[in-house]
Ligand binder design. Structure first.
Ligand SMILES: [Fe+2]
Length: 394
């Protein structure tokens, strides 16, 4: 994250003696990205963070499968058809779409996840509904509807649903790091005045989280040649043993309701909605907003062919004006791939004239490499979507 945070007890000088009440040294750990050349944090553990007593291959319950979008078609995935009983927010992730840069999944969860970390890249967890407590070695975070949770690579954590309703999440697992867009950051990492959100909108851990325990299992999703591997480590002591840390690297939360929309007299292009960037993809937020106010404006998008991108939209609230008549509803995902010109459904442009406010909420993921369809994506696909632009408008 672009700004410094300091939690719990730390010594005044880094890499110096810092002793526990019994006189022994705390174990200092530097966790950083890009080989000591970018953001990092220094954490102080009660026990050695290196002490493992077991390492076993783990088989996830929902292994990743990928099938090319062939023949090429726009797709509509109805994630709410995927409802399942008895899943957790991490192993219950049902993969929808994937490429080399990111994997997009949906989870409906009612029970705590195991301890887990993703050594392949950062994760962006968007909460469609429900609530949870996210316990990490940096401290705990409460998340709820509309929150984007960014979990840095290799952050040991677990997600514990809270409340009566299940936790519904759309998850983007990156092969690399997820950050605010560079154009919104000063050279020293401050969010600039024209950014649609600022540091005050960001939540981070407030205090250390200490848990006692021995022989604690942690699942690790990690890189292997040609793909993804899973290993179950057993740690001699509970990894939530950090009494303090400071730095720029930590899990954080931003709520979509705090995204300040950028609007104009005529239609603004999708980059104004950009919220995060990842390796070869962007994440954008379409929020309720006043729309185009030129006297002859057409508020819905023009047909467009963004030739280098596959566009994924997750419809998570309100009415999505441009998609009326297509079958798109709450929890739907549209995939508009490169090689296909997409645009509003028939009649949407005429219907939108004179409208001055869109009550819509959607999360968009634009990838620069083509997305494959995963098993769960194919299971919840609406096969008629590709032909909906050819229907007569009603
Ligand atoms: Fe689009």
């Amino acid at each position: 994250m672009p700004y410094y945070r300091r939690i719990g007890e730390i010594p005044p000088k880094r890499h110096t003696q810092f002793r526990q009440p019994d006189g022994s040294l705390y174990a200092e750990e530097l966790m950083g990205v890009e080989g000591f050349s970018s953001d990092s944090s220094l954490l102080y553990h009660r026990f050695l963070p290196t002490a493992i007593t077991g390492s076993d291959v783990f088989t996830p319950p929902q292994p990743l499968t990928r099938e090319a979008n062939l023949p090429l078609k726009p797709r509509h995935l109805s994630t709410h058809k995927l409802d399942v009983d008895g899943a957790d927010p991490i192993l219950g992730r049902q993969h929808l779409l994937a490429n080399e840069d990111c994997r997009i999944s949906y989870a409906v969860a009612d029970r705590p996840s195991p301890l887990y970390r993703n050594a392949i890249g950062d994760e962006c967890v968007y909460v469609e509904s429900g609530s949870a407590r996210v316990e990490t070695s940096f401290g705990a975070l409460e998340i709820g509807q509309g929150d984007y949770l960014i979990v840095p690579t290799s952050t040991t954590h677990r997600i514990v649903p809270t409340g009566d309703a299940p936790l519904r999440t759309l998850v983007v697992e990156a092969t690399g790091h997820i950050t605010p867009p560079k154009r919104y950051l000063s050279v020293r990492g401050q969010l600039l005045e024209h950014a649609p959100y600022c540091e005050r909108d960001i939540r981070g851990p407030e205090e250390p989280l200490l848990v006692d325990g021995e022989d604690v299992e942690v699942l690790v999703q990690h890189r292997i040649r040609g793909g993804i591997g899973w290993t179950k480590f057993t740690y001699a002591n509970h990894p939530f043993d950090v009494v303090g840390w400071d730095g720029h690297l930590y899990p954080w939360v931003f709520n979509i309701a705090d995204f300040e929309p950028i609007t104009g007299r005529v239609h603004q292009p999708p980059p104004v909605h950009q919220t995060f960037e990842g390796p070869n993809f962007v994440i954008c937020s379409f929020v309720p907003r006043k729309v185009d106010y030129h006297e002859l404006a057409i508020p819905v998008p023009y047909n467009h062919h963004n030739v280098d991108s596959d566009e994924v939209l997750f419809y998570t609230g309100g009415n999505y004006e441009a998609r009326k008549g297509s079958g798109i509803g709450q929890g739907s995902i549209s995939l508009h791939p490169s090689g296909f010109t997409h645009g509003p459904q028939p009649g949407a442009a005429e219907r939108a004239i004179g409208i001055d406010y869109f009550d819509e909420l959607a999360v968009m993921v634009d990838t620069f490499r083509p997305l494959d369809l995963c098993d769960a994506g194919l299971r919840c696909e609406d096969p008629g979507y590709a032909w909906t632009w050819a229907r007569k408008s009603g």
